[in-house]
Design a protein around this ligand. Structure first.
Ligand SMILES: *Cc1c(COP(=O)(O)O)cnc(C)c1O
Length: 373
């Protein structure tokens, strides 16, 4: 009998033997007592392996039908993938938009002989044109953060295959509960668990998932030797969070879509970005994310940065903070970050678990500060 994926997620790290703990527990010890051969214990020293990470990794592995590895942050996970796949002479083809930290850390490998080429991943001919056969890595993100553009991952996987390139997908915005890039042709996925996956805005953590055992072992080696490991307490918190991810993200997806549709009709909003409102990519979005589009939407106010900040300050439920995917709703004007390329009045909204009617009413009353006079 094969159980439903959510059932397996809940039970992935639990034992059934007499005396087993009723819930995942934390092991904080930096080493275990061990005489003689250290190969006998994977837990001889905390940097090399820890049962608390492994419990989280088993749960994440269920979500993607793959081997998952946990890292100190999403950036640490991305960086480990770059180190495992990169070498002097390699070319990283990366999104020209999307999470700026990815371009930033890839660019920092320049002095080590790795070339980074940003490209619009929606322009498949442009992507094909910049792939150097046999020495490229294709890196995608969909939906993109913060523009929420949906990219055709199957078509991009095909281009990567033709060029003999590994295909990396940053799956942070959708999460493995809504989108499974490894099923669409990705070699490896990267997820910032900091966002929706842990879901309570109280940890910084990242993960990778792959079905390639050679790449998995290389990533494990980079983690153990470069030391970008998760703290056991953070891993335990993220594990606790991921057990409710499918439920949380289903409600957030519904509320975010309802709010996006509402805002699209508002006279002071120039543009709303949400996968459900983008007709040109709707079919791809539905195919890649059949169960919802996640907690994010972005809107551009018909106004300048100052007017936008006034709207944000007028809210009574939405709070101004970066990151996303928590249980409480937050928003921010992205261009306040110096390295961000988003328009000055673009607000990224992360919809929480509050009643959607309250959220819609809150945004409406906040928008009044720019609608009157
Ligand atoms: C936040 C984020 C990251 C980086 O993750 P950290 O946990 O902050 O290091 C990477 N990719 C995307 C799409 C993100 O939103």
């Amino acid at each position: 009998m094969s159980h439903d994926a959510y059932t397996r997620l809940l039970h992935a790290a639990l034992g059934r033997e007499e005396g087993s703990p009723s819930a995942p527990s934390i092991e904080l010890a930096s080493a275990r007592l061990l005489t003689g051969d250290t190969a006998a214990s994977p837990y001889a020293y905390l940097r090399l392996g820890n049962p608390t990470w492994e419990a989280l990794e088993r749960a994440l592995g269920v979500l993607e039908d793959a081997d998952a590895l946990v890292f100190a942050s999403g950036q640490a996970a991305s960086f480990a993938v770059m180190l495992a796949l990169g070498a002097s002479g390699k070319r990283f083809v990366v999104p020209h938009d999307g999470y700026y930290g990815t371009r930033k850390v890839a660019g920092m490998l320049g002095p080590f002989g790795v070339e980074t080429v940003p490209v619009d991943l929606a322009d498949l001919d442009a992507v094909r044109a910049v792939m150097a056969p046999g020495r490229s890595v294709l890196w995608a993100e969909s939906p993109t953060n913060p523009s929420l553009r949906v990219l055709d991952l199957v078509a991009l996987a095909q281009i990567a295959t033709e060029a003999g390139a590994p295909f990396v997908v940053d799956n942070t915005t959708a999460t493995a509960a809504l989108q499974r890039p490894l099923d669409l042709g990705a070699t490896v996925t990267v997820t910032s668990l900091t966002k929706s996956t842990s879901g309570h805005a109280d940890v910084v953590l990242g993960s990778v998932a792959t079905r390639d055992p050679v790449l998995r072992d290389a990533l494990r080696m980079w983690r153990a030797q470069a030391g970008s490991i998760a703290g056991p307490f953070e891993a335990w918190l993220a594990h606790r969070g991921v057990l409710t991810l499918p439920l949380r993200i289903a409600r957030q997806s519904e509320s975010a879509e309802a709010l996006a549709r509402h805002l699209a009709r508002h006279p002071r909003i120039r543009r709303v970005r949400h996968p459900a409102l983008e007709i040109s990519t709707l079919e791809i979005a539905r195919r890649q994310m059949p169960n919802g589009f996640g907690p994010l939407l972005s809107f551009e106010l018909d106004g300048d940065a100052e007017a936008t900040e006034r709207v944000l300050a007028a809210a009574k439920i939405f709070r101004c903070a970066t990151s996303f995917g928590g249980v409480e709703s937050t928003w921010e004007r992205r261009a306040r970050w110096a390295s961000e390329t988003a328009p000055e009045s673009l607000v990224r909204v992360s919809v929480g678990l509050e009643a959607v009617a309250d959220l819609i009413a809150d945004v409406d009353q906040a928008l009044k500060v720019v609608s009157q006079g």
